[in-house]
Write a protein that binds this ligand. Structure first.
Ligand SMILES: CC(C)(COP(=O)(O)OP(=O)(O)OC[C@H]1O[C@@H](n2cnc3c(N)ncnc32)[C@H](O)[C@@H]1OP(=O)(O)O)[C@@H](O)C(=O)NCCC(=O)NCCS
Length: 214
């Protein structure tokens, strides 16, 4: 369960997250005054509060104002987790019923969009620690598992399991290199279909979140 912290601590956490995620970040001051991806999250928190407290029109107006200032459109109804970082930011669109987990990294041009005009859940649910590459479109009420990675410019319309990497149009899941290594080790002793059941001991439990920057 995520512990709740006050708005100021949360804002400082956002700055720390940007510092940690962006090797080009020079100082907390520069992040606080100039990182649009961080500002968009701050605006969203206000808009989301208004939306959830019966002030939907004001929530919507606030989010549109934020869009005009940051180039990032987050619907006030969307749920965004802790320590999310939107890098570069311009052109990101996050729909009303989207849910974004903790420690997610989104690059510019990412869309978490719907495929239907019907109300109700119609936008993606993104797990924790997911990386979504620049320009990727994740469409519909799909679920992206925790630790998954979605390649730049992918168009994803199906669920992605935890830890998987999906690329292309339409996006397909590729085996993770860690699994391929495990397969190679396993097939040295068993030339059968052990690649379908890689040795779990050979697969690292966790890995550093991959960073991809220009
Ligand atoms: C998807 C991604 C996370 C995979 O990274 P990786 O695990 O290091 O994988 P590799 O680069 O070794 O590529 C593995 C395979 O996927 C393919 N691939 C990688 N990214 C791809 C993409 N975005 N679209 C299509 N295919 C892609 C590679 O060509 C390679 O194919 P092959 O096995 O047939 O040779 C990464 O390529 C990516 O797109 N990251 C987002 C980066 C980004 O948006 N940066 C913005 C900086 S401003």
């Amino acid at each position: 369960m995520t512990t709740r912290i006050g708005p100021l601590k949360r804002a400082l956490e956002d700055i720390r997250t940007a510092h940690h995620r962006d090797p080009a970040a020079r100082s907390a001051f520069v992040i606080a005054v100039s990182y649009q991806g961080v500002h968009a999250l701050w605006h969203h928190r206000v808009a989301h509060w208004l939306w959830n407290h019966g002030l939907k029109t004001y929530g919507r107006l606030w989010s549109q104002y934020a869009r005009s200032k940051t180039g990032i459109e987050i619907h006030p109804g969307a749920s965004i987790g802790r320590r999310v970082f939107i890098d570069h930011g311009m052109g990101v669109v996050i729909g009303e019923t989207a849910v974004v987990g903790n420690d997610v990294l989104l690059f510019h041009g990412v869309t978490l969009g719907g495929t239907t005009m019907s109300p109700g859940k119609r936008h993606p649910t993104i797990g924790d620690r997911v990386v979504i590459g620049a320009g990727a479109k994740v469409l519909g009420a799909v679920h992206v598992g925790s630790d998954a990675r979605i390649g730049a410019n992918a168009v994803l319309v199906k669920d992605v399991p935890d830890g998987a990497t999906a690329v292309g149009i339409p996006a397909v899941v590729r085996e993770h290199p860690d699994y391929i290594e495990a397969y190679t080790a396993a097939s040295a002793v068993d030339s059968g279909d052990s690649h379908r059941h890689p040795d779990p001991d050979a697969i690292p439990e966790s890995r550093e979140p991959a960073m991809y920057y220009i």
